[in-house]
Design a protein around this ligand. Sequence first.
Ligand code: UDX
Length: 462
Amino acid sequence: MRIVVIGTGYVGLVTGACLAELGHDITCYDTDAGKIARLQRGEMPIFEPGLEELVKSEVAAGRLSFASGALPLDRRVRAVFVAVGTPPSAIDHSADLSAVHAVAEAIGRAAVRPLAVIVKSTVPVGTGEAVERILRDVRPGIAFDVVSNPEFLREGSALADFRAPDRIVVGTSAKPARRLLADIYRPLTERGAPLVFTERASAEMIKYAANAFLAAKIAFINEIADLCEAADADVEEVSLGMGLDRRIGAAFLRPGPGYGGSCFPKDTEALLAAAQGHGVQLRLVESTVAANEGRKRAMGRRVIRALGEAHGRTIAVLGVTFKAGTDDMRQAPSLPILAALRAAGARLRIFDPEGMAHARSLLPEADYTRSAYECLDGADAALLLTDWPEFAALDLARVKASMRGDVFVDLRNMLSPERLRAAGLRAFGIGRREKLAMPAPLPVPLPPVPAVRPSEAMPALS
Ligand code: UDX
């Protein structure tokens, strides 16, 4: 099927390349002519494992091409995917829909036949309706089916997520559009991917609700980690024991320095703004956002506490991207944590397998090294911030021998405290059982437990 994908950002590019791989004839379009020229030369605007190879092979196979300028909506095009950005607006953090609306207008002007307009961008409930209105106003003579088809791609494993999705959500009540989307995704559904048809508004809501729920799961386990530390339990054991309950599930129960990235922070805020617009209070989502913000600040203080004295100390920072498998530093917890360390007078030396270019521009005052070992060489303390697998494989004896100090703060619990200690390092993890030599904050005294007489505790039955 001939399809145009508008927007060559993260979602658009992955979607375009993967749809081509399914056998469709894809044109990825962007108004940024420079970006399209680079893509035509085979240069990727983002780092995503496997993407460059896939783009090149699909281009070579003649199924994928790139265009800028006039929208290439000829008679053969049956569907248009909208994958432009919806950044937070400066005023209230709601999703800024100006790019989506502009695309709707452009499609309306360029269309030469009925089209399915499939919104992939993450948009609040009601956006599909607005897009439909714009199309009707601009082009009353042509029938458009506006479909919500949210993406659930994770950075770093976006290709695998596209190829084997947990579900494909298609929000439209129009039967022809449902058939068309079923055709587009048939190669995936034949391999077992569930296709879920919903109303359009429900599909728009599913994306936000799913992200807010996952964010809440992370914020929850992070709070439990704090309690584990105080109560001498081990969050890794707690997370394992909780996750084996199939109603809970093991995913997204890894404690860390707080969630970041381009989606969770933005989407939770946008969901809150939308709820406010509807006069509905989402207390759990509000708490999730507040807990995560608090966590990032608390992590900066924690590292300083572990160091004892930050001023003049050289800290080897392992990883700055918001998670492993990406070069993305948007809303990365590393940013507030490293800002706190800088403010406390620490010297930062940074290594990240993929994030160096972004880190250099965002943190220009730090030093940069070409490997984790070089970063640790002569450092007073190590601070592991991103869960890159190569950090789990560090030779700790070599690390200890090359470091000047012995403090190893592991905010992802990647290295076992036992291994760190066996190498002669002082281990500071998150929510681990042994107090890990972490100087505890002053305990808040608990109120005395009032004596309860049996008659008050248990009402009499007769
Ligand atoms: C997320 C959603 O997973 C995806 O479905 C959506 O389309 C876009 O947003 P992504 O932003 O790529 O994807 O990252 P994800 O892997 O979900 O991680 C988000 C953040 O949570 C990262 O900062 C990560 O380190 C953190 N995280 C995740 C934890 O701290 N603990 C966990 O157990 C899982």
